[in-house]
Write a protein that binds this ligand. Structure first.
Ligand SMILES: *[C@@H]1O[C@H](CO)[C@@H](O)[C@H](O)[C@H]1NC(C)=O
Ligand SMILES: [Zn+2]
Length: 495
């Protein structure tokens, strides 16, 4: 995508780099340098130059691409970091960080730039831990989802030194992007009554992009294109790691657990406990109703309700598990604080990415070793009522806490398969599945099924058996009794 443009801008970036214009390090010292990182804010254009510089400097492990444009036409850039950038390797887990969806919440945007520079530098210095992380993970960093809102807030910041609390929050149409995603919670809560699914619900709503903001659409398309496994989105205004659901079963705020509640708590705790102050601070933020969160984590709807948010959308529409990080009380911190922010968050940022490597993963294939896409991975014991599906290459990832799980794979036209899988703490257990096709729906099988269910009378049955009408290899059809009975009714009704 945009290969030529990207190449040209890399050349431009390289020229700027050699002129030492705005290159990280050139003004270092002012806010304290570390890994060549300049701990200051950038305008959108400066950010773009900086991203190109990082991408050029670490070109063997990065790719810079965009996922669309904002209302005012600014590109939404993603920096990918991986040992084979631009390629989804079979079995390689994909991770994303999304920052600055509220344009006036600036910390995450800066942290992702610092993180990219840190990873680039440490990989080059052959830091084992960072090399291992980048070699085994495809990391996507979107520093700003709302560049228009940021630009507004940033100009105010430059002139006034501070930004009013809602100024630049929305996009250029003044829409809050974290209320602009399809609301799948209502469907899911309804399904809780009727026994319907609680995952991959997007297909149930038509016109799902109608009237949505371009930034929201860009994220939705992006999520449909990449098999993300784990992510976080970054905000400011408090200091806490927030996990789904953000929307409760009614309009009151209350703890609203997903079927993966234990896992989500652990994911959020990973961030808060590795953070230097999130889990341990004593003072709440200074605004009406602020509180200190136990261990620095909270269920979303237990705090306040969000409808149409990105976090719940991830869980209910895709295979991706997303949490929301509130990175500080001050939405647009003073520049002098950025270095400390980075130090507070550095370990959390890295350890959280590494959580993409827990649970089970593998590939689902047919007996000829062809990958089966969209197979359903279901954890049945202990039951976690939230399925994930295989990606295009038949590969899947199911994040799980340590334990022993019964896992069943279903795919249309194949016999389901069940295995028992132990899950350990620090690396994923591999579980590949070879699925056998269901036997053709021979009339013999149908008849035998009817026989088993007591529909065939003695003499008739004996005759059918004698003439070989009762097939033998009919395993797997048992699951579809309703189909058989339905087709039997059809046959009876036809002349
Ligand atoms: C990561 O991959 C690179 C390139 O293939 C290789 O040189 C390096 O040794 C790997 N590092 C680790 C820690 O796996
Ligand atoms: Zn926010």
């Amino acid at each position: 995508m945009h290969l030529v443009t990207s190449f040209v801008s890399q050349i431009v970036a390289l020229m700027l780099l050699s002129l030492n214009l705005g290159f990280p390090g050139s003004v270092a010292g002012q806010n304290g340098a570390d890994h060549g990182i300049d701990f200051s804010y950038q305008s959108h254009n400066e950010l773009v130059v900086l991203l190109h510089q990082i991408a050029w400097k670490c070109r063997s492990i990065t790719r810079l691409y965009d996922i669309g444009r904002s209302v005012q036409g600014r590109r939404l850039y993603v920096l990918e970091m991986s040992d084979n950038p631009g390629v989804h390797e079979v079995g390689e887990a994909e991770f994303k960080y999304v920052a600055n969806m509220h344009g006036n919440e600036a910390t995450g945007r800066q942290l992702l730039i610092f993180l990219a520079q840190y990873l680039c530098e440490e990989y080059t210095k052959k830091n084992k831990r960072i090399q291992k992380l980048i070699n085994s993970t495809r990391i996507h960093l979107l520093p700003t989802m709302n560049p228009d809102g940021f630009e507004m807030a940033y100009r105010r910041h430059v002139v006034m030194g501070r930004v009013p609390s809602m100024y630049g929050r929305g996009n250029a149409n003044n829409v809050d992007l974290n209320r602009d995603f399809p609301d799948l919670n209502d469907i899911m809560y309804k399904h809780e009554q009727t026994g319907g699914a609680n995952n991959h619900l997007l297909q149930l709503i038509r016109e799902n992009k109608e009237g949505r903001q371009p930034e929201t659409q860009a994220i939705m398309d992006w999520m449909a294109q990449y098999p993300f496994v784990l992510s976080a989105n970054m905000h400011d205004g408090d200091l806490v790691a927030n996990y789904p659901y953000d929307k409760s079963r009614n309009t009151r705020k209350m703890y609203s657990a997903t079927p993966d509640d234990n896992l989500f708590r652990e994911l959020a705790l990973t961030y808060s406990l590795y953070h230097r102050t999130m889990a341990t601070r004593a003072e709440p933020c200074r605004f009406q109703g602020a509180k200190v969160f136990r261990d620095g984590v909270t269920n979303g709807a237990d705090w306040y309700i969000v409808s149409g948010g990105m976090q719940d959308y991830n869980y209910l529409s895709s295979n991706c598990f997303d949490i929301t990080l509130e990175l500080g009380c001050d939405k647009f911190p003073r520049e002098e604080e950025l270095k400390r922010k980075w130090e507070d968050n550095r370990e959390s940022l890295i350890e959280y990415i590494d959580k993409v490597h827990i649970g089970i993963k593998g590939q689902v294939m047919d007996t000829d070793r062809n990958p089966i896409a969209n197979a359903v991975i279901r954890v049945t014991g202990p039951s976690i009522a939230h399925d994930v599906t295989t990606a295009t290459d038949g590969d899947y990832w199911r994040l799980l806490l340590p334990g022993v799980y019964t896992v069943t794979v279903h795919a249309r036209g194949y016999k389901p398969k069940t295995v028992v899988v132990p899950v350990r703490r620090y690396r994923p257990t591999k579980a590949n599945f070879i699925l056998k096709p269901l036997p053709k729906e021979s009339s013999g099988c149908k008849l035998r099924q009817l026989e088993e269910e007591g529909y065939l009378l003695g003499g008739f049955r004996a005759a059918l058996r004698q003439f070989g009408f009762l097939g033998d290899d009919c395993d797997g059809l048992v699951e579809r009794r309703e189909d058989v009975l339905a087709s039997m009714e059809d046959t009876t009704a036809s002349p």
